[in-house]
Design a protein around this ligand. Structure first.
Ligand code: MIG
Length: 753
């Protein structure tokens, strides 16, 4: 670990305080009164952040003083005290300790039981993999006081509370069943929230190299961040509660734009639909079985030999005609685009990229670096180069002209079949030459950025870009899914924790493959999965298994149950859309762990299998095989059982029956929920005709948002807002913003008392 040495002097310039240590000059930057950056230029003087765009300094005032050997930087909300050895402690404005660096020895608390080299070798010879704890050049140790819970870190496997896990950030394509022991997955979201009994704060470690997060596993006295390259560059994020921490984190790294309305519908996919007739059959199946559906996904087989930006002439001879036919029936198309460009001198995308130097290069020969992915030998576009991003974006014209409505970015960790790309493969970071080690974790991020910007320019609409790999800040460009999960019960249960932690990490628009991607699902698992996922931010059934898993394959009673839940989703789409609207303004996720809303309630800190959608709907799905009843905890307040309409008081645990056709759901008293009338796809009927409201309890207030659901006109005020008030059971609707040309003509209210 780097030895910073003693403090020699300090100096404040603008919003930065340089602190000269014996061995390096550190820099503390005040970003806002709630956000303070801790930096040391181990590699470069500048931050080189890929997550944060533009200067986020908001003019916050602060004071600097020296006291008890510490340099103290105090804003209106926080105080950072910097000591010798670059130890930094954070206090609130009133002097309450929030977070302090650990000063003890960095050793395993169970070190006496550590295996020696021979013992490790013997175990590994038998096939066990022993994870040896590495030491890192840059390490940050934070003191554990005892009551910490950790949330965030993206889609990492395991339970909601990340305490006791040890993870690495290195985007990794791994299709073996995702289980708790995984340390890496597809995404790098190096941000987490520490919740203690008397305070809460966030830490964002903005460094793209492989990094490690030990959440108090090696030693119960500290949690530790480690990285070998790049800079020490982390943000302490304060705020009075968890929502405020998420708001501040997304202030820093950005927020999503509104999704197009159709993207909130049901998506059907399968790696295995090949011909036009395959797609027709699925589309017709949806309508015939009365399952609402808006989107079909076109996996890699639509391409000509897996060449990106092409269609297979045999199975898709006239994609424009075919996709128009599908659109006629109400089906949108999302086409997959992988980064790997097939090495083929008869292929224009390859030739152009080669000629213009748009691909990553081998460090030794200087030639284009080649590895293998689906198209066979392939080159990797150098997305860190703005010119490459522009080129890539423009290439989407082929797909969009044919009628694609959204783009699905896969394999962008980047994945490779012939071993990982060497660390020294040459990539670009804007104008600067760098390597794979630095750009790996942002490869997906830069690809999505290219796609987003290209699609936005070509269509003027809100781009739908679905990605597997990402980094902090990708929420500005794309939504995510959790990659190749498996049809096992544990992956259904874990999906809740993954989606909730993704939301807390800024990625509010997220999905899991319903039914499980790998392996064969069962009727019961698929049924329980749709019950949970019909409430998730994006709702897609996708798989690659031998057995198919469209909603109808298992017959009755499963088909009817599946239908009921997809219809339930469609009913609540306006409510979901409003929740997304809030997310664009504050970063507050759509799918929320209970702890996000009730952090003072001890009971909810470790609830893994209940969640909320927006402020008002609590879902308690069944996630275990054969289970037909479950324990439910309802937080404080009055709730309505959605199915029976019965009123239930919160702040208690109870058991509820949940046979195969039931997913327990509770609506907060005071809730006002906008709904849609039944339709097989969004826009089949005119949704701007009537405002439907479900009103729960005697008193409540709600803001309802309405726009064209398509483009960016809302940013210029082209939207309507309605303030709905329920006062002692009397409901009034008042339009408080006018800008969208189709205000509702009628209001229809259902009362639940
Ligand atoms: O190596 O495109 O996660 O959703 O169906 C597999 C084929 C490549 C992995 C994705 C999955 C997709 C599959 N892809």
């Amino acid at each position: 670990m780097f030895d910073y040495g003693k403090i020699k002097s300090y100096k404040a310039v603008g919003n930065e305080v340089s602190i000269e240590f014996e061995n390096i000059v550190g820099k503390i930057t005040v970003v806002t009164e709630d956000i303070i950056n801790v930096f040391a230029p181990h590699e470069s003087e500048d931050h080189r952040s890929k997550a944060i765009e533009g200067d986020k300094y908001n003019g916050a005032r602060f004071e600097v003083a020296e006291s008890d050997g510490a340099v103290c930087i105090k804003t209106d909300k926080l105080e950072a005290k910097v000591y010798d050895g670059y130890k930094v402690d954070f206090y609130d404005r009133d002097g309450k300790m929030l977070c302090r660096d650990y000063r003890g020895k960095a050793e395993n608390s169970a070190s006496k039981n550590t295996l020696d080299a021979a013992q490790i070798a013997a175990r590994e010879a038998e096939g066990h993999k022993i994870d040896i704890r590495k030491k890192y050049k840059i390490e940050v140790f934070k003191q554990i006081d005892g009551d910490e819970c950790f949330y965030g870190l993206g889609e990492k496997t395991g339970y909601l509370n990340k305490r006791g896990y040890d993870y690495e950030m290195w985007n990794t394509d791994n299709a073996s069943p995702h289980v708790e022991t995984f340390r890496r997955l597809y995404k790098s979201l190096p941000f987490f929230i520490t919740l203690k009994n008397d305070c809460v704060f966030g830490l964002f470690f903005d460094n793209t190299y492989l990094s490690s997060f030990d959440m108090a596993t090696a030693n119960a006295d500290y949690y530790r961040y480690g990285v070998n390259d790049g800079n020490l560059d982390y943000y302490f994020i304060g705020g009075e509660n968890m929502p405020k921490i998420v708001e501040n984190y997304t202030y820093l790294t950005g927020r999503m734009n509104l999704p197009q309305l159709w993207t909130l519908g049901y998506h059907q996919s399968r790696w295995g639909y090949i011909t036009e007739d395959d797609f027709r059959e699925v589309a017709d199946g949806m309508r015939k079985n009365d399952i609402p559906c808006d989107v079909l996904h076109y996996d890699i087989d639509y391409m000509d030999g897996f060449r990106v930006f092409t269609f297979d002439p045999k199975h898709h001879p006239d994609p424009a005609a075919f996709l128009a036919e599908m659109k006629q029936k109400g089906f949108r198309a999302v086409t997959i685009v992988d980064p790997g460009v097939k090495v083929d001198t008869n292929y224009s995308v390859y030739n152009e990229g080669l000629e213009k130097g748009y691909f990553a290069k081998d460090a030794f020969s200087g030639n284009v670096y080649i590895n293998k992915v689906w198209p066979g030998k392939s080159a990797y576009p150098d997305f860190g180069n703005p010119e490459v991003r522009k080129w890539w974006g423009e290439n989407h014209k082929v797909l969009l002209d044919a009628g694609a409505d959204g783009i699905w970015n896969d394999m962008n960790e980047p994945a490779s079949f012939e071993g990982e790309l060497p660390a020294d493969v040459i990539f670009t970071d804007e104008g600067r030459v760098t390597n794979h080690a630095e750009m790996h974790n942002v490869y997906g991020h830069e690809m999505c950025r290219a796609t987003y910007e290209g699609v936005k320019k070509l269509t003027g609409k809100r781009p739908f870009v679905l990605t597997r790999a990402c980094y902090s800040g990708t929420q500005k460009y794309a939504l995510v899914w959790t990659g190749d999960n498996t049809s096992i019960w544990y992956n259904l249960q874990m999906a809740i924790e993954q989606l909730c932690n993704l939301g807390l990490s800024g990625m509010a628009f997220a999905a899991t493959d319903i039914g499980g991607f790998c392996g064969n699902t069962t009727p019961e698992l698929l049924t329980r999965w749709i019950q949970m996922a019909c409430f998730s931010p994006m709702c897609r059934n996708h798989c690659c298994s031998e057995l198919r898993q469209e909603p109808w394959v298992f017959g009755e009673p499963y088909l009817s149950i599946y239908r009921k839940f997809v219809k339930l989703r469609y009913k609540f789409i306006p409510y979901l859309y409003n929740t997304f609207r809030t997310c664009t303004q504050t970063g507050m996720p759509v799918m929320r762990p209970l702890v996000l809303m009730y952090e003072k309630d001890e009971n909810v800190k470790q609830i893994n299998d209940e969640f909320m959608i927006g402020d008002s709907i609590l879902v308690a799905p069944v996630v275990g095989q054969g289970q037909t009843r479950r324990m439910i905890y309802l937080p404080e307040g009055e709730w309505y059982d959605y199915i029976t309409g019965e009123k239930v008081s919160g702040n208690k645990w109870f058991i509820r029956e949940a046979p195969i056709d039931v997913c327990p759901m509770y609506i907060r008293s005071g809730a006002i929920l906008p709904t849609f009338a039944p339709q097989s796809y969004i826009g089949e009927i005119d949704n701007d005709e009537t405002l439907y409201l479900e009103v729960y309890g005697e008193n409540g207030k709600y803001i309802h948002y309405q726009d064209n659901g398509t483009d960016f006109a809302y940013l210029d005020g082209a939207y309507n807002e309605y303030e709905i008030v329920n006062c002692n059971g009397e409901v009034s609707v008042k339009q408080t913003h006018t800008g969208y040309e189709k205000p509702y003509k009628n209001t229809k209210i259902t009362y639940i008392k």
